[in-house]
Ligand binder design. Structure first.
Ligand SMILES: [Zn+2]
Length: 264
């Protein structure tokens, strides 16, 4: 697939303010540009960030940054919850999925947009947000499109920065598209407390160019037959390849304490 899928409306489910822009921004802007209503559910205020601590009360600042960034991306509705940043994985996925359900109902969502199951940076909060969205989607038989990064991008970042990015091989990617980053870049600048002094973010965007890649986690909407399970051929491929981690030996939780808590 070389274009974003059609959807009646899109709900993005994120862990932190800035995930919707740093990660999903190009896709959200593209959906909005084609007239697809978009909404964002963000589960934490991102107050545990090691970045931007000199800016004042991060809890308030990051809420304001999210609102401004969402406006840049053309996002119609933003819900910001107050689950603990850095400890989302301790919250039951079932509980979190209830919030996804409410947000999806409010947005009349036909598609959920999330971070890849590996959390992109490996951050446990990202993985838990995706887990919660997938839980609800299975019940509701909604398709889930996961934003991913290519293996080459993850490998380069991990080599250069010692990060724990989880990339995907070409045969694990379902959708590869060229997207305009103009609105995303405007949204990123709204997250001033996180975007400055963030070399990993800027290097990632440089490596990606205008290309974004995605994976289907659930495919109900694509077939129209409520066949939300991942097709067998995909499951076999996933079993063969697993999540591609370019920095062997680094645990997925390393992101908690490494210096690049940004781009998370
Ligand atoms: Zn994040």
């Amino acid at each position: 697939m070389s274009s974003l899928p059609e959807a009646s409306s899109v709900l993005a489910v994120c862990a932190h303010p800035d995930d919707e822009s740093f990660g999903l921004g190009a896709a959200l802007a593209a959906f909005a540009a084609r007239g697809t209503p978009t909404a964002v559910l963000c589960l934490t205020h991102g107050a545990a960030s090691a970045l931007g601590t000199g800016h004042g009360d991060l809890h308030q600042i990051r809420a304001a940054e999210l609102a401004a960034a969402a406006a840049e991306l053309g996002v119609g509705d933003v819900e910001l919850l107050d689950y603990p940043d850095g400890a989302l994985a301790r919250e039951p996925a079932e509980l979190l999925s209830g919030h996804v359900q409410q947000a999806a109902a409010r947005a009349n969502a036909g598609l959920l947009l999330v971070f890849d199951e590996g959390g992109i940076t490996g951050h446990p909060d990202h993985r838990q947000a995706t887990r919660a969205a997938s839980l609800f989607a299975r019940r509701a038989r909604l398709p889930v499109l996961a934003w991913a990064v290519e293996q080459r991008v993850a490998a380069t970042l991990n080599l250069e920065f010692g990060t724990s990015f989880v990339g995907r091989a070409a045969d694990q990617i379902d959708c590869s598209v060229e997207l305009d980053r103009q609105r995303q870049l405007s949204a990123i600048t709204c997250h001033a407390s996180q975007a400055q002094d963030n070399p990993v973010l800027w290097r990632r965007l440089e490596l990606q160019g205008n290309r974004e890649v995605f994976r289907w986690l659930d495919r109900a909407g694509e077939t129209g037959a409520h066949d939300w399970t991942r097709p067998a051929r995909h499951r076999e491929r996933d079993a063969q390849h697993g999540a591609v981690r370019a920095a062997p030996g680094r645990g997925p939780d390393r992101d908690r304490d490494h210096p690049e808590r940004h781009d998370r």
